[in-house]
Design a protein around this ligand. Structure first.
Ligand code: TXA
Ligand code: MG
Length: 340
């Protein structure tokens, strides 16, 4: 299959939106930009199209997809028995990097949700994504547009690296502004549960969902045989091919630790690059966790390209969006953590 490249400069945007919508209506797959990461979209009403998404990514069949909408009126077509707190969250955080797990409506085929009777719904903020959803007239099932298990794509070039020849088209827009995937909350548990941290933080949610609990899997390795609330959290995920280790501690200790290890690379903060003498990539500023979120996935991919024996990543603080970055790094490191 030849993967079409669709451009989003002002001259091509209109045609791109129409082409992407036509492919989606015909049951095809299109990688689209969102503010979090690129997503691989297909019609959520079309089981065959949804199957193509699982196949292209090599995604495990038991890992459900998020359904993307562009208009509030669509929420009641996708989900049912929506609690008042969920509606308040939708009003507060949509469009934006926020996903809610609700009871699945009848029109959404079970395969979208990997057989669960729930469905995850999000309204993205990226204008190109919104234009494509609206033009298609469909809710779009879209997981991150990477090969399953790899770091998520925050650039169109990364989507092409992973999925060229496996999908119908890729919409080439700029870098994603948030850089980590949306916050996922389940309203199908009592009390509601944070399944995946993102740019909408527990502090942002506190007022609207005072009884929110943070799922154990956010910061801990699932135990053997443990039933996880969000299937995506049980896999080794976001991971480079190179063995990766998450390192907690101050800058001087981190630098001393990696400098003493042969054949390794460091993924570090920009404030500490001069102290580090091994091959290194900085993923953002320690003082601004939003920059760490923007940079983390491409730094992991680039570090992988250095062909070293091991990658050591300096762990961020878990404040604010730092919790989301830490959560992804923990999985990239397959829960290998050292404190220096
Ligand atoms: O920011 C995002 O959410 C991006 C962009 C493309 O929108 N999408 C994304 O999708 O990250 P994906 O498939 O890579 O991650 C979806 C996560 C997985 O951890 C999955 O297990 C969880 O959401 N999820 C989806 N449906 C669920 C459900 N019904 N119950 C529990 N967890 C669910
Ligand atoms: Mg993903």
């Amino acid at each position: 299959m030849q993967t079409k490249r669709l451009r989003t400069d002002p001259i091509h945007l209109k045609e791109t939106v129409a082409t992407a919508a036509a492919i989606l209506k015909a049951g095809g797959t299109v990688a689209i930009p969102t503010e979090t990461v690129y997503g691989l979209a297909a019609s959520a009403y079309d089981e065959k199209a949804v199957k193509k998404v699982f196949t292209a990514k090599g995604r495990p069949q038991d890992n459900p997809l998020i359904v993307h909408i562009a208009d509030f009126s669509e929420l009641d077509l996708i989900a049912r028995d929506i609690p008042a707190a969920a509606r308040r969250c939708a009003e507060a955080f949509w469009p934006g990097p926020f996903t809610m797990v609700l009871k699945r409506g009848d029109r959404i085929p079970p395969s979208v949700s990997a057989g669960l009777d729930t469905v995850a719904v999000r309204m993205p903020d990226n204008p190109v994504a919104r234009a494509i959803i609206s033009a298609s007239g469909l809710p779009l099932a879209a997981p991150s547009a990477n090969l399953s298990g790899k770091p998520s794509p925050t650039k169109a070039a990364t989507v092409i690296e992973d999925l060229d020849g496996k999908i119908d088209a890729v919409v080439q827009a700029g870098d994603c502004t948030v850089g980590v995937e949306s916050t996922v909350i389940s309203f199908c548990t009592d009390p509601p549960r944070l399944l995946r941290p993102g740019a909408v933080t527990p502090a942002d949610l506190h007022e609207l969902v005072p009884d929110l609990v943070i799922d154990r899997a956010v910061l801990a390795e699932p135990e053997a045989g443990e039933k996880v609330a969000s299937p995506g959290m049980k896999y080794k995920h976001y991971a480079p091919n190179t063995e990766t280790v998450l390192v907690k501690g101050g800058s001087a200790a981190f630098a001393a630790y990696v400098n003493a290890i042969p054949d390794c690379a460091a993924v570090c903060f920009e404030e500490e690059t001069e102290q580090i003498k091994v091959p290194k990539l900085c993923y953002g500023s320690e003082k601004d966790a939003a920059t760490l979120a923007q940079g983390v996935f491409s730094a992991l991919r680039l570090a992988d390209g250095l062909s070293v024996k091991r990658i050591y990543v300096h762990a961020p603080s878990t404040e604010g969006i730092g919790l989301a970055v830490y959560n992804r790094l923990l999985r990239a490191a397959a829960f290998r953590v050292v404190t220096v």
